[in-house]
Write a protein of this length. Structure first.
Length: 187
């Protein structure tokens, strides 16, 4: 009869792989849960700002400034709440990366001479690229979400350019909101 306390090197290696896989799935699930609230916040921001920009194009700049301020305030509140509940804090390199990317976006938007619809598409694609990159670190759902919204934005831009803002309110804002629920859902 084999010794039940003896573990062969192959069994030990297999057990370690299983532990590592479980750890990775756990971290991914925690990351999804923590990120879901942010996606819901920004889904509402996109839905309201793109929607208002469609119906009140002359006020688009003010609408986006107010929506971005509200989204940022809600995100800070959520981050503080999560930190209070023991969530790991975001490291300073992440915020530096975000600041650099958005700084680039602001400069590129100003210098490239794009019209309002091109600027909107540029920002959608840039932000969705960030989601896709996040997916390489945090889990494939981010990549799927970013790629889906980016592809839909490109289709809408060419197929229905006059209704771009309305469609982005529905598809971009709605996609982020649904993405937040999807991240919260445990398969």
């Amino acid at each position: 009869m084999p010794d039940p306390t003896h573990v062969s090197p192959a069994q030990a290696s297999d057990l370690l792989r299983q532990i590592e896989a479980t750890e990775q799935r756990t971290l991914e699930t925690i990351g999804y849960r923590e990120a879901s609230g942010y996606l819901m916040i920004w889904g509402l921001v996109w839905a309201s700002a793109f929607g208002a920009s469609h119906f009140f194009p002359g006020s688009s700049g003010a609408v986006w400034l107010l929506a971005l301020a509200a989204g940022t305030a809600a995100s800070v509140w959520l981050g503080l709440r999560q930190a209070k509940n023991g969530a790991p804090s975001t490291n300073g390199r992440v915020w530096t990366t975000v600041a650099l990317i958005f700084g680039f976006g602001i400069v590129a938007s100003a210098l490239l001479g794009m019209g309002p619809k091109q600027v909107s598409l540029f920002w959608v694609l840039m932000i969705m690229t960030i989601y896709m990159v996040m997916g390489t670190w945090l889990g494939s759902r981010f990549t799927v979400l970013g790629a889906s919204i980016a592809a839909l934005a490109c289709v809408v831009y060419f197929v229905a350019p006059d209704a771009f803002n309305l469609w982005m309110a529905l598809l971009g804002g709605g996609g982020l909101l649904l993405g937040g629920f999807w991240l919260r859902w445990r398969p």
